[in-house]
Design a binder for this molecule. Structure first.
Ligand SMILES: [Zn+2]
Length: 270
């Protein structure tokens, strides 16, 4: 299996002291490339450092640079300058994680919108794809995206957890969709079973969002309780089942999709 995990929060402190081993486990499980998520300026700089220190051949780890809606209240010109510099580095492949989160509202909504618009403008200017986060905010996200869509090379709504109407509206403006282990959650993810089959090959990508969202169907459960990129195979299994595809087919087209979205090289065999 050759998979790409498009959302790994490898900077998360829960991974301290075990990042190398975790990356090796992911490779052994068939995850051949990963995109490390940046959630603020400092975190995005850290993600780039991890790409450089943990990836000996420079073809397996890549990152994003952005400010998560939770951190949007810290947006300012200095932060924008740091992201702009990061986005000129070859390992940094997308703007994000950015977006709107009206579920937790950790930053005031007007500030979330301001930070998002600034990052979308940056993506247009630097011709980079965008890694989007949205919770309970699809109406506003769509309204803002429509203003920028023409100039954006591509954008993925990562960890899509919404309803059919939102999915269709995202696909109407030709966005990509990221699916996580949320679909493995029998309490809140079952509505995704019918929806994943609606996403065309070439627009669908897989992600763990590790260390968050440990797939609840995973057996045996890891002692740490943390998700990690090696568990992407569980997401693959569940999504393949609900799309009526083989795991091999789904692995192939989601990998090709992620590779073209982020412009990743084909790595040498391990
Ligand atoms: Zn997110």
């Amino acid at each position: 299996m050759q998979l790409i995990d498009i959302g790994v929060n490898l900077t998360h402190p829960s991974f301290d002291g075990q990042r190398q081993a975790l990356v090796e486990r992911a490779f052994a499980a068939g995850v051949e490339q990963m995109v490390l998520t940046g959630t603020d300026a400092e975190d995005s700089e850290l993600a780039l450092e991890l790409c450089r220190s943990l990836d000996s051949d420079g073809a397996r780890l890549f990152s994003t640079a952005g400010v998560h809606p939770h951190e949007a209240r810290h947006w300012n010109d200095a932060v924008a300058g740091r992201l702009d510099a990061l986005l000129r580095e070859p390992e940094v492949r997308a703007v994000g994680e950015c977006g709107l989160d009206f579920n937790r509202d950790f930053s005031p909504r007007p500030l979330q919108e301001k930070a998002l618009e600034a990052q979308l403008a940056m993506a247009v200017r630097l011709r980079k794809p965008v890694f989007l986060h949205e919770r309970d905010a699809d109406e506003r996200l769509l309204a803002i995206l429509r203003e920028f869509r023409d100039g954006l090379p591509a954008a993925v709504v990562h960890c899509f957890t919404g309803e059919k109407r939102a999915l269709y509206r995202y696909m109407d403006i030709d966005l990509h969709i990221g699916i996580t282990g949320w679909i493995c959650d029998e309490r809140r993810g079952t509505h995704l079973h019918a929806l994943v089959g609606e996403i065309p090959a070439g627009r669908l990508m897989l992600e763990t969002d590790a260390p968050y969202l440990l797939p609840r169907s995973l057996r045996p459960k890891p002692k740490s309780g943390h998700n990690e990129p090696a568990f992407l195979v569980e997401v693959l299994r569940e999504v393949a089942r609900h799309r009526g595809e083989t795991e091999q087919e789904l692995a192939r087209h989601t990998r090709d999709c992620a590779r073209s979205f982020f412009g990743l090289p084909v790595p040498a065999a391990l």
